[in-house]
Design a protein around this ligand. Structure first.
Ligand code: BES
Ligand code: MN
Length: 461
């Protein structure tokens, strides 16, 4: 085992160069002009997996290919069933816009203050790369892995993982496993490595209101017809009150409240409201009244407007009544809410309150269920031991506010729980300009992964 850790330490500079090559590929799944880059990234990754000794192949889907890479299986037919774990990650990244806010171009990786800056650095290329390098450590030092591993790295996580469930169903037999290991979440700081035992779910939709058949002169016609931009704002304003509560009837009906144990765990996480406020650049924090910021961002549901479009956006002024207005909305959901049920409530409510002066259109989007595992299971305990050994500090238990919709599919289709060991730091800026990945987190993450297989093999056998 020490061999593996030594190998990881000795080869770190090369690993960083390789990760930089990976980050140079602009695999933005949301933008169709990056289609070719998706294939290029998948191919690069599969070839890289092959080069470190894994059996890798590309699995085509109706969207972007899945990279499937397995550790060489032991030959002996008599060997007892070895534990088998999946490592899940995604090679697609969020759009990098707005480009002008990046200190250096998003797809030209750069190191500053022991951090690697690039779109996808922490979300998620750097994080699953740490697991790949740990396995390389085993394979290249001829150290026996105590379990079989299969990497499933998809290219559509950031757009809702539309094709992964079908892939899991088709390959159910080969993917049968004891658990899924995922590093695609965060930790409070390097002295507080974290196991994430819950994620929020998500329900996305787009609301459009249409008025006149074309943009109208706002002087000639204004006053006689409704203004779609105004109507939409008024509709949206009726979805959340000034105390941060969603005011859609039935929205909170299924929400499970935090237990006293969980509240205590959340309170253990270092948190400084003033520093947090400053870091985010807001004049004051805002959230559902009656809950701490940690509770608000991890264990309470929200509504967010992610995009709002209407009327003239160009230079100068243009006096029109826009023909339409639209908003992209997402709801973050907590156990036991359900994206389908939430969407239905939202649709009903909007229809009920929409004035007859505009036409309402609602387009459903992607959805994902919230996720929750027991933080005291043997699986979780194994993860906590690996974190502690690699980082040298007592880990914390986290509920995260973000979503990884596929974790519930893993559970439903493969019957396996997800062990989420995130390596992103709070200032890593996922989805924002100047995304980065701490090289310290990368190094410790590789060690954690190497140690994890030893811990998990004991649990799984
Ligand atoms: N890695 C994130 C999810 C995440 C981040 C979970 C931080 C917990 C903490 C993932 O890549 C992501 O961004 N997911 C999307 C899902 C959506 C597009 C369906 C999200 O949460 O917005
Ligand atoms: Mn993401």
């Amino acid at each position: 085992m020490q061999n593996v850790l030594n190998y990881l330490g000795a080869n770190e500079p090369r690993f960083i160069r390789e990760l930089s090559d990976y980050l140079r590929l602009p695999s933005v799944s949301a933008q169709s002009h990056h289609r070719k880059d998706m294939d290029a990234a998948a191919r690069w990754l599969a070839e890289h997996c092959q080069s470190i000794g894994l059996n890798a192949r590309l699995w085509p889907t109706d969207g972007n290919p899945v990279v499937l890479a397995r550790t060489p299986r032991s030959e002996s037919a008599f060997s007892r069933r070895r534990p088998h774990f999946l490592v899940y990650g995604h090679y697609d990244v969020q759009p990098a816009e707005p480009f002008d806010l990046w200190k250096s171009p998003p797809f030209e990786p750069r190191i500053e203050n022991r951090s690697l800056f690039a779109r996808g650095a922490c979300d998620n290329k750097g994080q699953h790369f740490a697991h790949l390098k740990a396995v390389e450590g085993y394979l290249r030092t001829n150290t026996e892995l105590p379990c079989d591993l299969t990497f499933v790295i998809e290219g559509e996580e950031e757009v809702g993982s539309k094709n992964l469930a079908a892939f899991l169903k088709k390959n159910r037999a080969e993917l049968r496993c004891d658990a899924i290991v995922i590093s695609d979440t965060g930790m409070p700081d390097l002295k507080h490595p974290a196991l994430t035992y819950a994620l929020r779910g998500i329900s996305a939709l787009e609301v459009t209101v249409r008025g006149p058949s074309r943009d109208l002169h706002s002087g000639i016609y204004g006053g006689t017809v409704d203004n779609p931009a105004m109507a939409l704002c008024q509709l949206l304003a009726r979805l959340r009150d000034k105390n941060g509560r969603v005011i859609i009837p039935g929205f909170y009906d299924e929400v499970i409240r935090l237990s006293a144990y969980e509240k205590k765990q959340l309170a253990r996480i270092p948190f400084n409201a003033a520093a947090y406020r400053k870091f985010l650049g807001v004049p004051e924090l805002f959230g559902e009244r009656g809950f701490t910021p940690q509770e608000q961002r991890a264990a309470r549901p929200t509504i967010e407007i992610n995009g709002l479009t209407s009327g003239y956006q160009g230079e100068g002024s243009k006096t029109i009544i826009p023909a339409w207005a639209s908003a992209k909305l997402t709801f973050r959901l907590v156990p036991n809410q359900h994206p389908g049920r939430t969407e239905k409530l939202v649709r009903q409510h909007l229809k009920r309150i929409c004035p007859p002066t505009v036409r309402l259109e609602i387009q459903g989007g992607h959805g994902g269920e919230p996720y929750l595992i027991s933080p005291t299971s043997p699986l979780a305990q194994a993860g906590l031991r690996a974190l502690k050994a690699a980082f040298g500090y007592e880990p914390v238990l986290l509920r995260e506010g973000g979503s990884i919709p596929i974790v519930t599919d893993f559970k439903k289709i493969l019957g396996a729980d997800a062990l989420m060991l995130g390596l992103a730091l709070p200032d890593d800026n996922p989805h924002s300009p100047n995304e980065k990945f701490s090289l310290e987190a990368f190094a410790k993450g590789m060690r954690m992964s190497a140690l994890l297989w030893q811990e998990l093999a004991v649990v799984g056998s």
